[in-house]
Design a binder for this molecule. Structure first.
Ligand SMILES: NS(=O)(=O)c1ccc(S(=O)(=O)NCc2cccs2)s1
Ligand SMILES: [Zn+2]
Length: 262
């Protein structure tokens, strides 16, 4: 009877957890239907103020790789855009495919990109720790940036060069003086924004998503190094390539996606 129950409840291959959160009506990612987005003239340009000195480490958490920042003070911050409060950068990470044909979490008119960058921030006006903000109202703001394959991204190369040292799940290395602003597109005025969730457990619906209209370019070889990472730790006998670490698009459930541009 347990096996039958397991079969009927769709389990995500990665987490062995239910894909849909029971009762979740604000889940992410979504497909952004451009012609259904609503222009809002009150939406301001993003105001990022990142301090590279707060960059601390890079590590493989068995699902993606994360560059973590010291968020014990308001040193690397995000304001403006659709936000009323000040948010602190705590980490950034990526999602990508096994091929350049797919890999992003959000899509634009069903268009997939080879990868997507997420810069994760928490509301330091309302909360005192990331852990509190994760499940709090208006707790998080995540900037999503699409990656396309093209010319080499010079700023990304320092990060790419650090990846072989964290091939396995659980590995951590020191990583300092990296300015995440170099990963933002030149145009930070044009974006879509909507209310959604984390795209991995705990899947909490505390996220103001800010998805940039303009993508950044990285080279095929740089993306290939992402794919050389492993989901598995050094002890596991079967090594699995870290690819396709994205969640499928979720129902919009009547939400409105606003755009900062016409
Ligand atoms: N994809 S996303 O930005 O909606 C996040 C999901 C979970 C996040 S976490 O910061 O709580 N955990 C660290 C991470 C887990 C998986 C990738 S990063 S961020
Ligand atoms: Zn993410």
């Amino acid at each position: 009877r347990k096996e039958a129950a397991q079969r009927t409840m769709k389990l995500h291959p990665m987490w062995q957890q239910p894909i849909a959160v029971p009762g979740g009506h604000c889940q992410s990612p979504i497909d952004i239907v451009v012609r259904k987005s609503v222009f809002d003239s009150a939406l301001k340009p993003l105001a990022t103020d990142y301090d590279p000195e707060t960059c601390q480490q890079i590590w493989n958490n068995g699902y993606s790789f994360l560059v973590e920042y010291d968020d014990s003070a308001d040193k690397s911050t995000l304001k403006g855009g659709p936000l009323q409060d000040q948010f602190r950068l705590c980490q950034f990470h990526f999602h990508w495919g096994e091929s350049n044909a797919w890999g992003s979490e959000h899509t634009v008119d069903r268009r997939l990109f080879p990868a997507e960058l997420h810069l994760v921030h928490w509301n330091s006006d309302k909360y005192s720790l990331f852990e509190e903000a994760v499940s709090g109202d208006n707790g998080l703001a995540v900037i999503g940036v699409f990656l396309k394959v093209g010319k080499r991204h010079e700023g990304l190369q320092k990060l790419v060069d650090a990846l072989p040292a964290i091939r396995h799940k659980g590995s951590v290395v020191e990583f300092t003086r990296f300015d995440p602003a170099c990963l933002l597109p030149s145009n930070t005025e044009d974006y879509w924004t909507y209310h959604g969730s984390l795209t991995t457990p705990p899947l909490t619906e505390s996220v103001t998503w800010i998805v940039m209209k303009q993508h950044i370019e990285v080279s095929h070889d740089q993306l290939a190094v992402f794919r050389s990472l492993l989901f598995t730790s050094a002890e596991e006998e079967v090594q699995k390539s870290m690819v396709n670490n994205f969640r499928v698009q979720q129902p919009l459930c009547g939400r409105t996606v606003r755009s900062s541009f016409t």
